[in-house]
Design a protein around this ligand. Structure first.
Ligand code: SF4
Length: 348
């Protein structure tokens, strides 16, 4: 058990005010999610406690900053605090206090200090049209800035669909030529974490593995960590039971919105949001109830025989009811008068 292997012995408050127990809990959960053993998570904790934190440089390009926002707003526990204990965030344009020349100096200092070792996290697509003139940072185009920082990075992570393959900024007609960073850095290994926004726990799991093992997680052909993207979101959807039961919304007006496939390169921002998508894997596992339950089959002959039997029963019932009614009609009226206590009999 991961939690047993990294049992807290005494309360320790980490740099960002996170108590040790919370830190252990989040790290153990993330370690389990990516398939690390409790022993490995314990090693990672020990490394963090000794102050070994990888330097991270976080660049922003064309985006809404929603990926950073979703990381910062994660609570119970505060993932951001845990993450910032795990790494040394040396450059992040949204979160750092410095600006202008100070920010430029901070970036260059971070590159120089940890050349070949720092992790570059990229949020946002990069404009490539007209030699990248649609974005300038510190007198550099986005393309040049990305290449400059990527050159000395130890690992590169594209967070969100924008950085992964263009996302919203690359939607048709894509006037700036917004591209994912793999198109600008074709020779680099890039860990691609699509999602709009990306799930911050996947970033934590990726960084955790890099810290603990000194290597990146196993990636699929699109650069996505298999531990997180090996199965489609549909399989984990909280509304999956409705799909399996064949219950579908037939009109607008209810709560929520259909998934629009934000992690899929060829779906989100590529096809109209409400256009029915082609389902790649439509067959649920056999352990689930079928989408269209078997209804059984009644032949026309069986229907006819059933009708005859039913008719006979109804007919017999009707005849019996008729006979009873006739019997009641034959009862003499005098019997009814026997009970007449009025004393006004016609005989009197
Ligand atoms: Fe914003 Fe989505 Fe791009 Fe993240 S992937 S920066 S949430 S638009």
């Amino acid at each position: 058990m991961a939690s047993e292997a990294i049992q807290a012995t005494e309360p320790t408050v980490f740099r960002n005010g996170v108590d040790r127990r919370t830190f252990l809990k989040v790290v153990a959960q993330a370690a389990a999610a990516i398939g690390l053993s409790g022993t490995m998570a314990a090693k990672m904790i020990a490394a963090v406690e000794k102050g070994a934190r990888p330097s991270v440089i976080w660049l922003h390009f064309q985006e809404c900053t929603g990926c950073t926002e979703s990381l910062l707003r994660t609570s119970h526990p505060g993932l951001a605090e845990v993450l910032f204990d795990l790494i040394s965030l040396d450059y992040h344009e949204t979160l750092m206090a410095a600006s202008g020349h100070q920010a430029e100096e901070a970036l260059e200092a971070a590159i120089k200090k940890n050349a070949g070792k720092y992790i570059l996290v990229v949020e946002g697509a990069v404009p490539t049209k007209e030699n990248g003139i649609y974005m300038q940072i510190a007198n550099k185009t986005g393309v040049d800035m990305l290449k400059h920082v990527a050159k000395s990075a130890g690992a590169i992570v594209a967070i969100g669909s924008c950085a992964s393959w263009g996302g919203i900024p690359s939607a048709d007609p894509n006037p700036t030529g917004a591209s994912g960073i793999n198109q600008i850095l074709p020779d680099k290994v890039i860990v691609t974490l699509p999602g709009c926004p990306a799930n911050p726990y996947i970033l934590l799991g990726t960084l955790l593995q890099y810290v603990a093992l000194g290597k990146l997680p196993e990636l699929d052909e699109l650069g996505r960590p298999k531990f997180a993207y090996g199965r489609v979101i549909h399989e984990h959807c909280p509304r999956r039971a409705h799909f399996d039961a064949g219950r579908f919304a037939e009109e607008f007006g209810g709560l929520g919105h259909p998934c629009f496939g934000c992690t899929e390169q060829a779906v989100a921002f590529r096809v109209p949001m409400l256009k029915p998508a082609e389902i790649v894997r439509p067959t649920p596992p056999s352990t689930y109830a079928p989408v269209t339950p078997p209804q059984g089959f009644v032949s026309p002959i069986a229907t006819g025989v059933g009708g005859l039997i039913g008719g006979a029963i109804i007919g017999a019932g009707w005849m019996a009811a008729k006979k009873i009614a006739q019997k009641q009609e034959t009862v003499p009226a005098t019997t009814e008068k026997k009970g007449d206590n009025s004393g006004t009999s016609s005989k009197e």
